[in-house]
Write a protein that binds this ligand. Structure first.
Ligand code: AP5
Ligand code: MG
Length: 266
Protein backbone atom coordinates (compact mmCIF):
# COMPACT_ATOMS: atom_id res chain seq x y z
CA UNK A 1 0.00 0.00 0.00
CA UNK A 2 1.33 3.45 -0.94
CA UNK A 3 1.18 6.42 1.44
CA UNK A 4 -0.39 9.79 0.69
CA UNK A 5 2.04 11.72 2.90
CA UNK A 6 5.28 11.16 4.76
CA UNK A 7 4.99 9.12 7.94
CA UNK A 8 7.61 9.77 10.63
CA UNK A 9 6.69 7.38 13.36
CA UNK A 10 8.23 6.07 16.53
CA UNK A 11 7.44 2.89 18.44
CA UNK A 12 7.44 3.03 22.23
CA UNK A 13 7.01 0.04 24.50
CA UNK A 14 8.58 -2.15 27.17
CA UNK A 15 11.57 -4.30 26.20
CA UNK A 16 10.26 -7.29 24.28
CA UNK A 17 6.79 -5.81 23.66
CA UNK A 18 7.27 -6.37 19.92
CA UNK A 19 8.65 -3.10 18.56
CA UNK A 20 11.05 -4.89 16.21
CA UNK A 21 8.37 -7.38 15.18
CA UNK A 22 5.79 -4.67 14.41
CA UNK A 23 8.41 -2.63 12.52
CA UNK A 24 9.14 -5.56 10.20
CA UNK A 25 5.41 -6.04 9.56
CA UNK A 26 4.81 -2.35 8.88
CA UNK A 27 7.64 -2.31 6.33
CA UNK A 28 6.21 -5.36 4.55
CA UNK A 29 2.72 -3.86 4.40
CA UNK A 30 3.80 -0.30 3.52
CA UNK A 31 6.87 -0.39 1.25
CA UNK A 32 7.33 3.41 1.51
CA UNK A 33 8.53 2.85 5.08
CA UNK A 34 12.13 2.25 6.12
CA UNK A 35 13.30 1.77 9.68
CA UNK A 36 16.08 2.43 12.13
CA UNK A 37 16.37 0.43 15.36
CA UNK A 38 18.49 2.21 17.96
CA UNK A 39 19.25 -1.11 19.66
CA UNK A 40 20.37 -2.74 16.38
CA UNK A 41 22.58 0.27 15.59
CA UNK A 42 24.20 0.05 19.03
CA UNK A 43 24.66 -3.73 18.77
CA UNK A 44 26.32 -3.25 15.35
CA UNK A 45 28.79 -0.84 16.97
CA UNK A 46 29.44 -3.35 19.76
CA UNK A 47 30.06 -6.17 17.24
CA UNK A 48 32.39 -4.00 15.17
CA UNK A 49 34.24 -2.88 18.32
CA UNK A 50 33.95 0.82 17.45
CA UNK A 51 34.88 3.26 20.26
CA UNK A 52 31.19 4.02 20.67
CA UNK A 53 30.31 0.32 20.80
CA UNK A 54 32.97 -0.40 23.40
CA UNK A 55 31.61 2.44 25.55
CA UNK A 56 27.98 1.36 25.13
CA UNK A 57 28.54 -2.35 25.79
CA UNK A 58 28.64 -2.33 29.59
CA UNK A 59 25.51 -0.17 29.86
CA UNK A 60 23.61 -2.44 27.47
CA UNK A 61 24.71 -5.62 29.26
CA UNK A 62 23.47 -4.11 32.52
CA UNK A 63 20.11 -3.21 30.99
CA UNK A 64 20.72 0.54 31.43
CA UNK A 65 20.22 3.25 28.82
CA UNK A 66 23.23 4.72 27.05
CA UNK A 67 23.68 8.52 27.42
CA UNK A 68 21.33 10.74 25.46
CA UNK A 69 24.22 12.55 23.75
CA UNK A 70 25.61 9.30 22.35
CA UNK A 71 22.35 7.95 20.96
CA UNK A 72 21.38 11.33 19.49
CA UNK A 73 24.55 11.60 17.46
CA UNK A 74 24.17 8.04 16.28
CA UNK A 75 20.55 8.47 15.15
CA UNK A 76 20.97 11.89 13.53
CA UNK A 77 24.01 10.61 11.67
CA UNK A 78 21.96 7.64 10.43
CA UNK A 79 19.02 9.86 9.40
CA UNK A 80 21.43 12.08 7.46
CA UNK A 81 23.29 9.17 5.85
CA UNK A 82 20.03 7.66 4.66
CA UNK A 83 18.97 11.00 3.17
CA UNK A 84 15.86 11.35 5.35
CA UNK A 85 17.08 14.69 6.72
CA UNK A 86 19.55 17.17 5.27
CA UNK A 87 22.10 19.11 7.22
CA UNK A 88 22.33 22.59 5.72
CA UNK A 89 25.79 23.13 7.21
CA UNK A 90 26.93 20.03 5.26
CA UNK A 91 29.51 19.25 7.88
CA UNK A 92 29.67 15.49 8.29
CA UNK A 93 29.17 14.19 11.82
CA UNK A 94 32.02 12.68 13.67
CA UNK A 95 29.94 9.87 15.11
CA UNK A 96 32.81 8.12 16.78
CA UNK A 97 34.64 11.19 18.03
CA UNK A 98 36.36 11.15 21.37
CA UNK A 99 33.96 13.82 22.64
CA UNK A 100 31.41 11.03 22.94
CA UNK A 101 33.00 9.49 25.98
CA UNK A 102 30.41 8.29 28.45
CA UNK A 103 30.85 10.29 31.62
CA UNK A 104 28.70 10.75 34.67
CA UNK A 105 27.21 13.82 33.08
CA UNK A 106 24.40 12.56 30.94
CA UNK A 107 23.26 15.92 29.61
CA UNK A 108 22.87 16.49 25.91
CA UNK A 109 25.86 17.89 24.11
CA UNK A 110 24.81 21.46 23.51
CA UNK A 111 27.30 21.81 20.68
CA UNK A 112 25.46 19.09 18.85
CA UNK A 113 22.68 21.33 17.53
CA UNK A 114 23.56 24.96 18.20
CA UNK A 115 20.40 26.60 19.47
CA UNK A 116 20.72 29.52 17.07
CA UNK A 117 20.69 27.12 14.15
CA UNK A 118 17.96 24.79 15.35
CA UNK A 119 15.24 26.19 13.18
CA UNK A 120 17.30 26.15 10.03
CA UNK A 121 20.04 23.56 10.29
CA UNK A 122 17.99 20.56 9.19
CA UNK A 123 15.49 20.17 6.43
CA UNK A 124 13.38 17.14 5.64
CA UNK A 125 11.15 15.97 2.86
CA UNK A 126 7.39 15.49 3.13
CA UNK A 127 7.38 13.05 0.23
CA UNK A 128 5.97 9.61 1.17
CA UNK A 129 9.29 8.05 0.13
CA UNK A 130 10.91 9.86 3.07
CA UNK A 131 8.76 7.93 5.55
CA UNK A 132 10.40 6.14 8.43
CA UNK A 133 9.91 4.18 11.64
CA UNK A 134 12.22 4.70 14.61
CA UNK A 135 12.24 1.60 16.81
CA UNK A 136 13.53 2.38 20.31
CA UNK A 137 14.38 6.03 19.81
CA UNK A 138 13.60 8.47 21.36
CA UNK A 139 13.10 6.84 24.74
CA UNK A 140 13.60 9.78 27.11
CA UNK A 141 11.90 13.18 27.06
CA UNK A 142 15.32 14.78 26.52
CA UNK A 143 15.85 12.69 23.37
CA UNK A 144 12.32 13.56 22.19
CA UNK A 145 12.91 17.30 22.55
CA UNK A 146 16.18 17.05 20.66
CA UNK A 147 14.69 15.13 17.75
CA UNK A 148 11.80 17.64 17.61
CA UNK A 149 14.42 20.22 16.62
CA UNK A 150 15.67 18.01 13.81
CA UNK A 151 12.56 16.44 12.30
CA UNK A 152 8.97 16.40 13.65
CA UNK A 153 7.57 12.99 14.53
CA UNK A 154 3.95 12.75 13.36
CA UNK A 155 2.80 9.51 15.01
CA UNK A 156 3.88 7.80 18.23
CA UNK A 157 2.70 4.21 18.60
CA UNK A 158 2.69 3.19 22.26
CA UNK A 159 2.45 -0.63 22.43
CA UNK A 160 1.17 -2.08 25.71
CA UNK A 161 1.28 -5.76 26.72
CA UNK A 162 1.38 -7.18 30.29
CA UNK A 163 4.95 -7.85 31.47
CA UNK A 164 4.20 -11.49 32.45
CA UNK A 165 3.49 -12.24 28.80
CA UNK A 166 6.59 -10.41 27.56
CA UNK A 167 9.10 -12.25 29.76
CA UNK A 168 8.05 -15.59 28.26
CA UNK A 169 8.73 -14.29 24.75
CA UNK A 170 12.17 -12.99 25.62
CA UNK A 171 13.25 -16.46 26.74
CA UNK A 172 12.33 -17.82 23.29
CA UNK A 173 13.75 -14.99 21.16
CA UNK A 174 16.47 -15.64 18.58
CA UNK A 175 17.88 -12.97 16.29
CA UNK A 176 19.78 -12.67 13.02
CA UNK A 177 22.31 -10.14 14.31
CA UNK A 178 23.44 -8.57 10.99
CA UNK A 179 19.89 -7.67 9.89
CA UNK A 180 18.11 -7.46 13.26
CA UNK A 181 15.44 -9.95 12.09
CA UNK A 182 13.64 -11.40 15.10
CA UNK A 183 12.33 -14.95 15.59
CA UNK A 184 10.60 -16.74 18.42
CA UNK A 185 10.69 -20.50 18.79
CA UNK A 186 7.02 -20.66 19.74
CA UNK A 187 5.41 -17.72 17.96
CA UNK A 188 7.45 -16.93 14.85
CA UNK A 189 9.86 -19.83 14.32
CA UNK A 190 12.44 -19.73 11.48
CA UNK A 191 11.73 -22.08 8.55
CA UNK A 192 14.90 -24.05 9.36
CA UNK A 193 15.61 -24.25 13.11
CA UNK A 194 18.52 -21.99 14.11
CA UNK A 195 18.87 -20.38 10.65
CA UNK A 196 17.82 -16.98 9.26
CA UNK A 197 15.01 -17.33 6.67
CA UNK A 198 16.63 -14.88 4.22
CA UNK A 199 20.36 -15.61 4.39
CA UNK A 200 20.47 -19.08 6.02
CA UNK A 201 23.04 -17.71 8.47
CA UNK A 202 22.99 -18.87 12.11
CA UNK A 203 20.68 -17.21 14.63
CA UNK A 204 22.00 -16.09 18.01
CA UNK A 205 20.70 -15.00 21.41
CA UNK A 206 21.04 -11.38 22.52
CA UNK A 207 23.43 -10.70 25.44
CA UNK A 208 20.75 -8.75 27.29
CA UNK A 209 18.04 -11.44 26.97
CA UNK A 210 18.66 -12.76 30.45
CA UNK A 211 15.69 -12.56 32.88
CA UNK A 212 17.61 -10.42 35.41
CA UNK A 213 18.88 -8.01 32.74
CA UNK A 214 15.40 -7.86 31.26
CA UNK A 215 14.06 -6.72 34.64
CA UNK A 216 16.64 -3.89 34.67
CA UNK A 217 15.60 -2.92 31.12
CA UNK A 218 11.95 -2.93 32.20
CA UNK A 219 12.79 -0.69 35.15
CA UNK A 220 14.68 1.72 32.85
CA UNK A 221 11.61 1.79 30.62
CA UNK A 222 9.31 2.52 33.57
CA UNK A 223 11.62 5.31 34.76
CA UNK A 224 11.71 7.13 31.43
CA UNK A 225 8.57 6.32 29.45
CA UNK A 226 5.99 8.38 31.32
CA UNK A 227 7.61 11.75 30.62
CA UNK A 228 8.32 10.63 27.05
CA UNK A 229 4.66 9.75 26.44
CA UNK A 230 3.44 12.95 28.12
CA UNK A 231 5.67 14.95 25.78
CA UNK A 232 4.06 13.40 22.70
CA UNK A 233 0.56 13.52 24.18
CA UNK A 234 0.92 17.29 24.50
CA UNK A 235 1.95 17.46 20.85
CA UNK A 236 -1.19 15.48 19.90
CA UNK A 237 0.61 12.64 18.12
CA UNK A 238 0.35 9.86 20.72
CA UNK A 239 -1.68 6.73 19.95
CA UNK A 240 -1.83 3.72 22.27
CA UNK A 241 -2.56 0.12 21.32
CA UNK A 242 -3.15 -2.73 23.78
CA UNK A 243 -2.95 -6.45 23.17
CA UNK A 244 -1.51 -9.75 24.31
CA UNK A 245 -0.55 -11.05 20.89
CA UNK A 246 0.47 -9.87 17.45
CA UNK A 247 -2.84 -11.06 16.06
CA UNK A 248 -4.50 -8.43 18.21
CA UNK A 249 -1.95 -5.65 17.80
CA UNK A 250 -0.84 -5.70 14.15
CA UNK A 251 -4.30 -5.17 12.54
CA UNK A 252 -5.01 -2.26 14.89
CA UNK A 253 -1.71 -0.60 13.94
CA UNK A 254 -2.32 -1.14 10.21
CA UNK A 255 -5.81 0.36 10.44
CA UNK A 256 -4.80 3.46 12.40
CA UNK A 257 -1.67 3.98 10.32
CA UNK A 258 -3.67 3.76 7.07
CA UNK A 259 -6.25 6.19 8.41
CA UNK A 260 -3.61 8.76 9.36
CA UNK A 261 -1.37 8.51 6.32
CA UNK A 262 -3.98 7.92 3.67
CA UNK A 263 -2.57 4.59 2.57
CA UNK A 264 -3.96 3.61 -0.81
CA UNK A 265 -3.99 0.14 -2.31
CA UNK A 266 -1.63 0.03 -5.31
P1 AP5 B 1 16.53 -2.34 22.15
O1 AP5 B 1 17.21 -3.24 21.20
O2 AP5 B 1 15.67 -1.27 21.61
O3 AP5 B 1 15.74 -3.24 23.17
P2 AP5 B 1 14.36 -3.07 23.93
O4 AP5 B 1 13.69 -1.77 23.92
O5 AP5 B 1 14.71 -3.64 25.26
O6 AP5 B 1 13.39 -3.91 23.09
P3 AP5 B 1 13.62 -5.30 22.43
O7 AP5 B 1 14.38 -5.16 21.16
O8 AP5 B 1 14.17 -6.27 23.46
O9 AP5 B 1 12.18 -5.77 22.18
P4 AP5 B 1 11.17 -5.42 21.01
O10 AP5 B 1 10.09 -4.56 21.58
O11 AP5 B 1 11.85 -4.95 19.77
O12 AP5 B 1 10.52 -6.84 20.82
P5 AP5 B 1 10.68 -7.93 19.67
O13 AP5 B 1 9.93 -7.55 18.44
O14 AP5 B 1 12.11 -8.33 19.52
O15 AP5 B 1 17.62 -1.67 23.11
C1 AP5 B 1 18.64 -2.45 23.70
C2 AP5 B 1 19.51 -1.56 24.59
O16 AP5 B 1 20.13 -0.51 23.79
C3 AP5 B 1 18.78 -0.80 25.69
O17 AP5 B 1 18.62 -1.59 26.84
C4 AP5 B 1 19.74 0.40 25.91
O18 AP5 B 1 20.86 0.03 26.65
C5 AP5 B 1 20.20 0.73 24.51
N1 AP5 B 1 19.34 1.72 23.82
C6 AP5 B 1 18.57 1.51 22.71
N2 AP5 B 1 17.93 2.65 22.36
C7 AP5 B 1 18.30 3.59 23.26
C8 AP5 B 1 17.95 4.96 23.44
N3 AP5 B 1 17.10 5.59 22.58
N4 AP5 B 1 18.51 5.64 24.46
C9 AP5 B 1 19.37 5.04 25.31
N5 AP5 B 1 19.73 3.74 25.22
C10 AP5 B 1 19.20 3.02 24.19
O19 AP5 B 1 9.86 -9.10 20.35
C11 AP5 B 1 10.36 -9.81 21.44
C12 AP5 B 1 10.03 -11.30 21.29
O20 AP5 B 1 8.62 -11.49 21.33
C13 AP5 B 1 10.49 -11.89 19.98
O21 AP5 B 1 10.92 -13.20 20.20
C14 AP5 B 1 9.24 -11.87 19.11
O22 AP5 B 1 9.26 -12.87 18.11
C15 AP5 B 1 8.15 -12.07 20.13
N6 AP5 B 1 6.95 -11.36 19.84
C16 AP5 B 1 6.89 -10.09 19.39
N7 AP5 B 1 5.62 -9.71 19.26
C17 AP5 B 1 4.88 -10.76 19.66
C18 AP5 B 1 3.50 -10.95 19.78
N8 AP5 B 1 2.66 -9.96 19.52
N9 AP5 B 1 3.02 -12.14 20.22
C19 AP5 B 1 3.90 -13.12 20.55
N10 AP5 B 1 5.25 -12.99 20.47
C20 AP5 B 1 5.72 -11.82 20.02
MG1 MG C 1 13.89 -4.68 19.27
Amino acid sequence: MALARAARIILVGAPGVGKGTQTERLMKQFPDLSAISSGDLLRKNVRERTPLGIQAESKMKAGALVPDSMILRLIVNELTTRGWIFDSTVRPYSVYSSSMAMGEDDTVDTLFIPSGLRASRYTYSDHPAASFVLDGFPRTAVQAKQIDDVVPINMVINIQTPSEIIIDRICNRWVHAPSGRVYNTTFNAPKVPGKDDVTGEPLTRRDDDDPEVWKARLQAFKDTSQSLLEHYDKLGVLWTVNGNSSDEITPQIFEEFSRRFGALAN
